[in-house]
Each structure stands twice: as C-alpha cells, then as structure tokens.
Design a protein around this ligand. Structure first.
Ligand SMILES: [Zn+2]
Length: 388
C-alpha cells in the first residue's frame, strides 16, 4: 500500500470517531495509542478529571534530549445546523477530495503523521520523533494546556515542533493570542430620580469600557519593532454591552463582553494589571461607598496563547529551506502553538488543507495536500531528528 493509501485508510478510521469537542475522545486516543505502540513508540495518555477526554504524548526513538514534535488535535467542531451532502462522519472521496468533519481540521494531518511513523525505523533516529494529539482545541486548547502543564519541568523535551493546522503547507511562524472575557458589574437598584442613592452598574461598565478604549490606544505605542502582524499591535474590541431594565430604574446589573488579541505576553499582563488596579482603586471604592456588596467580576471565556515570531526558530528555518518559501508568514487564527512555544520549543504551524474549508459543511482535504504533507515529513523528519 502506498503511503497515501495508508493515510487515506487511517483518515477513514479517524473520521468515523465523532469527536465533537462536547463529547468524549478517549476512543480515538486509544486507537492512536495502539497504532503508535505497535510501531514501538513509548506512549503516555494524559486524561482530564472526568476520564472522558485524553491527550496522547508519544516518543519514537531514543530517550535523549531534543528531537521533533508533530502535534494535532483530535476534536472537531459540531455539524449541527450545517447542510452536509453526505454523512459527515463517513469519509467520502470524490475527484481527489476527501470529505468529512475534521478532514482538514485536522485529522488529515494526524493520519499523515501515523502513516509517516509507520515508515520510520526508530533505530535510525538520533533524537526522538514525538507525537502529541490533544483534546478540546476547538473550545480553548484545554487538552494542550493540560499536556503542557504535564510536561513542564521535564529535562527531555522536543526542541522543535510542528503544529499541523491547515495552512496549505505554508510555514507560519506567528499568530496573535486571543483572549475573551465577560466582565459583570453588580450595583444597587433605586429610583431614577435619586441617582446618588443607588449604584448604577451601567455607569461603571461604561467607565470600564472607556478604560479599555484608552488601553487600546496605548497598546499601539507598545508594538514591538518590525512586528509582522496586521495590525502590528495588540488590539482590544468591545463586543457586547448590556444592562439595566427600564428608563426610570437605576441599573443594578451590566455585562461587558470584550476581547484582546495580544502580539506579546507582556501586553496581556499589562492590560490585566491595569484593569485590576483601575477596578480596585477607582471603581470599586466609589461603588462600595454607597453599597458595600457591589462587585466587578471578570470571567475568562477563553485564552489562546499567541505564537510569537522568534529570530532563532530552527523549525522555521529548516521548513523554509525544504519548501523553498522565501519567508514565514503569520495567520489570523489561533492554535495550540503558543502553548508548546511556552515550553521552549521552536514552533511553527504548517499542515495540509486550507482553513477555508475548516468548520464548514462538506469540509474536505485534497489528496494532493496529503501527498505534499507526506513528502515534507519524509524530508523534515530525518533533518529535524539529527543530533545537532
Ligand atoms: Zn484546528
């Protein structure tokens, strides 16, 4: 069987596991673990508290420092309310395209990794080839976050990492982070004719929103020099503001949904610290002078770490050389790459298929993209697992 045929057969199996993020993914992870174990890999499963979700971390080759990590997520987005031409969890092939939920995002890459692993003789590897397959990427990178915590502090970690999200095999060295929050303001109701006797939650929510807009301007000046993102600074957006009941009642409740897309972790920390101090030293004292029970509470909806472009990124340099691309690019979507980068791995995003097809009805990946991925792995793995 050709490597491509094998990839297709594995992908058929992977698509048949309906691993929508809301549902368990243990079965697909056990399937992947069994296949990798059969190839001689050392496999670890990292399960969440419920035991229904698992990530896999596997090592092929010697137990030494360095090596290359290939990573992908096993969960997929829902198919509810999407008009599919055929069963999304049965792989369908037509005109060189493979249809099914998760084909491009990102089980196609996972299948290519497994097919490639089958061709590797572990004894030929000078440094290890690692695989990480995670759960719940689509709902905030929960599996990767847990895996990274699990791996933190280990002496032997991969030095290089490729996250195979669909980039049509373009080499991506950076993306912004994406942090989403809801801030809730609780005040004190009262008659509209006596504003000083109540605590108007809308008033404090708008002052908080104004602070966010002030920060938004300030962040432009904090942009790192020659930052490749568009725009090249951390952005803040106010997404939804609601509160109150009617004209003549002092609003005792307001909610603000907002997001920040940091280009550097320092900005994220700066925004959080500024807001905390603003709330604690200005807003809350004013609110509590009238009503001691007044609160401002922020809930994290999701925090996806950014992938910060780095001068010394050997994974990028090798991939640029192998693909012949002139330069690495950035993308406007978030991935797990920043989490692996936080462990010190030199990380890029590069994988088969197009983000254009991700999350849509009739999601597909082309056989030619899978072939391109297999060809690149064939050349990348020997290079990246050579001891430096
Ligand atoms: Zn994805």
């Amino acid at each position: 069987m050709s490597r491509l045929d094998e990839t297709r057969a594995i992908l058929r199996d992977l698509i048949a596991f309906p691993t929508v993020s809301a549902d368990p993914n243990v079965e697909i992870t056990v399937y992947l673990a069994d296949r990798l174990s059969a190839l001689g890999a050392h496999v670890e499963l990292v399960t969440d508290r419920t035991g229904h979700k698992a990530s896999l971390f596997a090592r092929l080759g010697p137990e030494v420092a360095g090596g290359l990590l290939l990573s992908g997520h096993t969960d997929v987005v829902p198919v509810t309310d999407q008009a599919w031409s055929s069963d999304p969890f049965t792989l369908r092939e037509e005109d060189g395209l493979l249809y099914g939920r998760g084909t491009c995002d990102m089980k196609g890459f996972v299948a290519a990794c497994l097919a490639h692993a089958g061709s590797v003789d572990p004894d030929d590897l000078e440094t290890p080839l690692y695989f990480a397959f995670t759960y719940d990427e689509e709902v905030g990178c929960l599996g990767a976050r847990q895996l990274v915590d699990h791996l933190k502090g280990r002496a032997l970690l991969p030095r290089l990492a490729v996250i195979g999200e669909p980039t049509e095999m373009r080499v991506i060295e950076g993306h912004k982070g994406c942090c989403e929050y809801t801030t809730v303001f609780s005040g004190l109701e009262g008659h509209g004719s006596a504003p000083d006797l109540g605590v108007n939650a809308i008033e404090f929510a708008t002052r908080y929103a104004a602070k966010l807009l002030e920060l938004r301007e300030e962040l432009k000046a904090r942009a790192p020099t020659s930052c490749p993102f568009d725009p090249p600074w951390t952005t803040i957006n106010l997404g939804r503001l609601s509160g109150g009941t009617v004209h003549n009642i002092i609003a005792n409740h307001a909610e603000l949904d907002w997001e920040m897309r940091p280009v550097q972790v320092e900005d994220e920390a700066y925004v959080k610290a500024t807001l905390t101090s603003f709330a604690e030293t200005e807003l809350l004292p004013a609110m509590r002078a009238i009503h001691p029970g007044a609160t401002i509470e922020t809930t994290v909806i999701g925090e996806v770490a950014g992938l910060e472009p780095d001068k010394g990124n050997r994974t990028r340099d090798i991939l640029l050389e192998l693909t012949g691309a002139n330069r690495a690019e950035t993308v406007p979507f978030g991935t797990e790459a920043g989490l692996f980068q936080s462990l010190g791995m030199e990380t890029v995003v590069c994988g088969p298929g197009s983000i254009e097809q991700a999350h849509k009805a009739d999601e597909f990946i082309s056989l030619s993209q899978l072939q391109a991925c297999l060809d690149l792995l064939d050349r990348l793995v020997p290079r990246a697992t050579r001891s430096a």
